[in-house]
Design a protein around this ligand. Structure first.
Ligand code: AMP
Ligand code: GLY
Length: 422
């Protein structure tokens, strides 16, 4: 079959890397892709939310599966767009527009959790008319205060604030000052959960599900988890502190009620659920749902799936996911993201990347790269992720760091302490 992947990051390169191993694949396209996907697939110049252009391409190239990387096409309803007579034979991997609201609205996600008894932090949400009530709610909570813009804010919409006065000022800036634009017309204020973060990834056709390898990512730019939030600076899979007891709690208390919630609420969901968790005294609570895979988590999760990933996705179409057996590589995988100096604020693009060919026993997943006159150049803040395997995460990291040394581009920066807290 012919497959189209939408997106251009390390996540999409990792998808491509897994999909090309499948005997089911005839031709793989990535739109728009990067210099890494160019080496193993055909890059196509399509906008990821330009549904009419995607439709023409899909029909002309006999595509039977579209794997959606980022959330934007899902939130804008690509699944629903493909339900017409002409397109419904195409298997879109991702939830319906209604399902994507789980990521598109924090309030909707919290209400869904409440209805389906999924453990999460206590909360209330406020619009600008209720600013004073919001301030009073802050006074009723213990510090620190967690303020979340309801809508999509590029991963920047969550503020954690120590002092009540500052939290009230921020609430006002969000609701009235338009701090995150329309995304903060509504703000969810919630109880602070003090624990250890990790993520689980579930593949579901809306009825049955498969639990993929878990992972932990490192979001801050600075070592010791300091400085600004980024898309993610590195990841480890599996998370070493997760034992069978914890995994059983996660499945029984969180994964099952979530998937059953989709069926109960008639939410069409055929895709990935990325569940951000906080483990508080051994008990899991949900911080957020994402309706896609994580980046850079995908760069450690997919390399640990040793069965035919495309076959698992194909089983969706036939509602046969329950028959699939997901094989997981017992080794650890780690990835470290090399970024352009200045990221996540201003940074340069177009710097030549050298040394990729010297990388051994590790995989270079391209994130922000492009080809320019035959050379590989940087084309984003997060540039390239180096993934390695090992008997444990420390060994895997050794290999990753050894290989990163061989890679060069102007201003390159990466965290040298991934896994420091484990
Ligand atoms: P989110 O965008 O919802 O993933 O939030 C960004 C980050 O804020 C998370 O990765 C957590 O580190 C932190 N966070 C969000 N909600 C809470 C909470 N209720 N308690 C503690 N930390 C939180
Ligand atoms: N690495 C976090 C995310 O993809 O949202």
């Amino acid at each position: 079959m012919n497959v189209l992947i939408l997106g251009s990051g390390g996540r999409e390169h990792a998808f491509a890397y897994s999909v090309i191993k499948s005997a089911l694949l005839t031709k793989l396209f990535v739109a728009p892709g990067n210099a890494g996907t160019h080496e193993i697939a055909t890059n196509v110049d399509l906008g990821i939310t330009d549904f009419p252009a995607i439709k023409i391409f899909v029909l002309e190239n006999n595509i039977s599966m579209v794997i959606v990387g980022p959330e934007a096409p899902l939130v804008e309803g690509i699944y629903d767009y493909f339900q017409t007579e002409e397109l419904k034979h195409v298997n879109v991997i991702g939830p319906s527009k209604q399902g994507a609201v789980l990521e598109g609205s924090k309030e909707f996600a919290k209400e869904f959790m409440k209805r389906n008894k999924v453990p999460t932090a206590a909360y209330k949400s406020f619009t600008k008319e209720a600013l004073l009530e919001g301030m009073a709610f802050i006074d009723s909570l213990k510090p620190p205060y967690v303020l979340k813009a309801d809508g999509l804010a590029g991963g920047k919409g969550v503020l954690i604030i120590e002092h009540a006065d500052e939290a009230k000022d921020s609430l006002e800036e969000m609701l009235i000052g338009g701090k995150f634009g329309a995304a903060s017309n509504k703000v969810v204020i919630e109880e602070f959960l003090d624990g250890i973060e990790m993520s689980v990834f579930v593949l579901t056709d809306g009825k049955s599900y498969k639990i993929m390898p878990n992972a932990k990512d490192y979001k801050r730019i600075g070592e010791g988890d300091t400085g600004l939030n980024t898309g993610g600076m590195g990841a480890i899979s599996p998370v070493p502190f997760v034992d069978d007891v914890l995994m059983q709690k996660i499945e029984a208390r969180i994964i099952k009620p979530t998937i059953e919630g989709f069926a109960k609420e008639n939410i069409i969901y055929k895709g990935f659920v990325f569940i951000g968790l906080m483990i508080v005294n051994g008990d899991p609570e949900v911080i957020e749902y994402n309706v896609r895979m994580g980046d850079p988590e995908t760069e450690v999760v997919l390399p640990r799936i040793s069965s035919d990933f495309l076959a698992h996705l194909h089983a969706f179409a036939k509602a046969e996911l329950h028959k699939e057996i997901l094989s997981i590589d017992p080794r650890s995988a780690t990835t470290v993201m090399c970024v352009a100096g200045g990221y996540p604020e201003g940074y340069k693009k177009g710097m030549e990347i050298t040394g990729i060919e010297k990388i051994e026993d590790s995989i270079a997943f391209h994130a922000g790269t492009a080809l320019k006159e035959g050379r590989i150049v940087s084309n984003g803040g997060r540039v390239i992720a180096i993934t390695s395997y090992g008997e444990n995460f420390k060994q895997a990291l050794k290999s990753t760091y050894l290989n990163i040394e061989k890679l060069h581009f102007d201003t390159v920066y990466y965290r040298k302490d991934i896994g420091f807290d484990l």
